[in-house]
Write a protein that binds this ligand. Structure first.
Ligand SMILES: [Ca+2]
Ligand SMILES: [Ca+2]
Ligand SMILES: [Ca+2]
Ligand SMILES: [Zn+2]
Length: 346
């Protein structure tokens, strides 16, 4: 099992969210006006299936052109900056990305590439949540301009601070924002915190936060692959196939997986390790009910989690949410997924 030591969640402070500027959806530019950008199809290992890829000190030549795709950057505010309805990117490394003839075309060696990746994948994540009904039929889930900062963090680390409600991506090993699954994982923390301010004050709540980030990373990547027709040549359950080449030696390279066999009896008191108990349950719900139904239940249930929830209370809330939204068949599938992990009380 890959060790999660490189990816601790730092909580700068627990409690009050800084007042964040809330932008409603801005008038979307027509598709014809959206700039295009060169991005990774989730990540290069996943897109190519090549487990032998290495960072090679951020060399452009370390990753083949076949790992990149050209995609539209939607919901930008038209200023030329990577700032839009659902994300604004700030960087402390390199100058800000700017479009040339309507296109952001960078390779991984350019600091601007991670800026573009962060914009694209955060926007993609919020669009996915909205496609599930969050913000229309269901309550909005972090439908605001998410601040993202790309900086030269000393360690190999990315994190979400609930004080500033900001995501920071580190640059140790493979630059963290070169892997969409790392980007979406951190966005998962932002979603949780928007749903329940200060979420994650108990060890089990923190584990649920890590699990949801991993699960959302898998789900958003899978949705994007299907939507754009991009290839995936690694296991769906493997999270961080590319970032983890820097610190894992076993193959396939994965930061963590969402299809592990851990149960409640395997708890060790560390949120990333114990998160693998919860993420497997989420993955089983997906397998049983399909991605869309599963994700609507999973995210909607989270509005009702206490900041210091236990696995038991969160599982019961998720089962009840499935019952309310769909019915007995779906509630039973959710119950079975948690029961298989030995969650008490379900
Ligand atoms: Ca890079
Ligand atoms: Ca890294
Ligand atoms: Ca993956
Ligand atoms: Zn995390």
């Amino acid at each position: 099992m890959p060790h999660p030591i490189n990816r601790r969640l730092f909580r700068a402070s627990i409690g009050v969210l800084a007042a964040a500027a809330v932008l409603g959806p801005q008038i979307p530019a027509s598709a014809a006006q959206d700039p295009s950008a060169r991005v990774f199809m989730v990540n290069p290992v996943q897109a190519t299936g090549d487990q032998g890829l290495t960072d090679d000190k951020d060399a452009a030549t370390a990753v083949p052109a076949s790992a990149y795709a050209t995609a539209a950057l939607r919901n930008l505010d038209g200023s030329g900056s990577l700032s839009g309805a659902w994300v604004t990117v700030r960087s402390e490394t390199g100058s800000a990305a700017r479009p040339i003839d309507g296109a952001y075309v960078y390779d991984r060696h350019s600091d601007q590439f991670e800026q573009v990746m962060a914009y694209f994948w955060v926007n993609e994540s919020q669009e996915y949540l909205q496609s599930l009904g969050f913000g229309s039929e269901l309550p909005a889930a972090n439908a605001r301009q998410q601040p993202v900062r790309i900086n030269q963090w000393g360690a190999d680390n990315s994190f979400f601070t609930d004080k500033k409600a900001e995501i920071r991506f580190g640059k140790g090993g493979v630059d963290d924002a070169e892997d969409a699954e790392v980007i979406v994982h951190e966005y998962g923390h932002a979603v949780h915190n928007a749903q329940v301010p200060g979420f994650g004050t108990s060890e089990e709540a923190g584990s649920i936060g890590e699990a949801f980030g991993d699960y959302l990373a898998v789900s958003v990547g899978d949705h994007a692959d299907a939507k754009y027709g991009w290839p995936r040549d690694t296991d769906l359950a493997c999270v961080g196939d590319w970032d983890s080449v820097s610190y894992t030696s076993s193959l396939p390279h994965c930061l963590r997986r969402v299809d592990g066999d851990k149960t409640y009896a395997d708890k060790v008191g560390e949120v990333h390790a114990d998160g693998e108990i919860w993420s497997r349950a989420l993955f089983d719900i997906r397998t049983a009910l399909g991605a869309r139904t599963a994700d609507r239940i999973i995210v909607n249930a989270q509005f009702g989690f206490a900041p210091d929830t236990s696995f038991e209370d969160a599982a019961l809330k998720t089962i009840a949410t499935a019952q309310d939204m769909y019915g007995a068949h779906e509630a039973d599938a959710v119950r079975q997924a948690f029961a298989a992990r030995g969650i008490p009380g379900v």
